[in-house]
Each structure stands twice: as C-alpha cells, then as structure tokens.
Design a protein around this ligand. Structure first.
Ligand SMILES: C[S@@+](CC[C@H](N)C(=O)[O-])C[C@H]1O[C@@H](n2cnc3c(N)ncnc32)[C@H](O)[C@@H]1O
Length: 200
C-alpha cells in the first residue's frame, strides 16, 4: 500500500468516527427534546447556591420535574411550591401547570428551566417575584442579542441582574460534564447597574 493510500484510509476512518459521534449526539438530543428538555439537577448545584444565598418568603419551582431542586430546598427548611407542565409521577409536584399561564406572585423562583425557552422563563419569572430569581443555566446564556435586549438591557424590566455564580468545577449534568453551568441571580432589591461574578 502506498503512503498516500494509507493516509486516505486513516482519514476515512477518522471521518467515519466523527460521523458516528455526530449521529450519537443527534440521537441523544432528539430523545432529550422529545421529553420536554428534562434533565435532573445534581444536588450539589443546589447545595452550592444555598451556601451563599438566603431566600426570604416562599419559593416556586415552576419546572420541578421529579423534584430534584425542590427536595434540597425543602430539606433546608424553605416553603416550596413545586409545579411542572408534565406529570413525572411525583405527588409533591403539581402536574399540568404551564408556568406561562400563571400570573401568581411568589417570594422567589428557583429552577433549571428548559434551555430553549430559558429567556422567556426568566422574563416571566422576574415579573412574578417579590425577591429573587435563581436559574441554573449554561454560561452561554450570557450571549445573543435577543437575551441582551429582552433580559439584560431591557429598559422595561427592573435592572436586577445581581450576580453570576460560576462553578469552579464542572457539574456532572445530564450525560456530560462538558458544559459550563452558572447560577444566574436576579434580585428585585438590587438596584445597581451591573452584576458581579462569584465562584462556587
Ligand atoms: C431541565 S428540566 C428541569 C427539571 C427539574 N427542575 C430538575 O432540576 O430536576 C425542565 C422541566 O421543565 C418542564 N417544563 C417545560 N415547559 C414548561 C412549562 N411551560 N411550564 C412548566 N414546566 C415546564 C419540563 O417538563 C421539565 O420537567
């Protein structure tokens, strides 16, 4: 075999592996979206938030899933209302509750919303709390002109994006730990112009 054809063969094998990886990636994501973006929050993510933030009053978990975030909040003594659009067989979570249909006010909202609609969830939550909104989201949530205009620099919303909590170690989330996650914290009692960055 000439050296050129050996190189071709190596390239072919490498491309085949890339195609297989891509197919696996797509299969995973199709399954993920078909299940309403369901992925459970690891307990250490919630413990880390509670080690640095106190919440006054009740807490709504509007996308509670099977209750991964709620149960840690309850264990810390908070009064938690847990809801979800989908019934995931947890009697402590009120099912068939579309958060966008709710105009109730709560003390705070803490959740890990479906990422594809996280901007809309944050926009809605900020308007329906007395105190704080804490969302566990990918670091890339800071990007895009839509989020800048809708959330971070929207003159119609209170300028209450107070803190960004960055995990110094990656969280084991879903099927990988390749993604940078942060707690985004909005606080209605914060009236500064810019958020500050903190490491967990
Ligand atoms: C990423 S999972 C988070 C589950 C849970 N918070 C946890 O951390 O384990 C997002 C959840 O949002 C729910 N969801 C999607 N759209 C919703 C809506 N409009 N109102 C309420 N829940 C919704 C999904 O059913 C899913 O359980």
């Amino acid at each position: 075999m000439s050296s050129t054809s050996l190189l071709d063969l190596l390239n072919f094998n490498e491309n085949l592996e890339k195609r297989k990886d891509r197919a696996r990636f797509i299969r995973r994501n199709v399954k993920y979206s078909a299940d309403m973006d369901f992925v459970e929050t690891p307990p250490e993510a919630v413990e880390a938030l509670l080690s640095v933030e106190r919440f006054e009053g009740d807490i709504l978990e509007p996308c509670a899933g099977k209750g991964a975030i709620s149960k840690i909040l309850i264990a810390h003594g908070y009064n938690v209302i847990s809801r979800d659009l989908v019934d995931r067989n947890n009697e402590k979570v009120e099912a068939n509750k579309d958060y966008f249909a709710s105009t109730e006010m709560f003390g705070n909202v803490i959740t890990n919303p479906p990422y594809r609609k996280a901007t809309q969830f944050a926009y809605h939550a900020i308007q329906h709390v007395y105190h704080k909104v804490a969302f566990l989201l990918r670091g890339t949530f800071l990007e895009t002109p839509t989020r800048r205009d809708w959330l971070f620099e929207n003159p119609e919303l209170p300028t209450c994006f107070e803190k960004l909590y960055v995990f110094s170690e990656r969280l084991p989330f879903g099927e990988s730990n390749m993604i940078m996650y942060c707690w985004f914290l909005w606080n209605k009692q914060f009236h500064g112009n810019h958020p500050t960055i903190h490491w967990l």
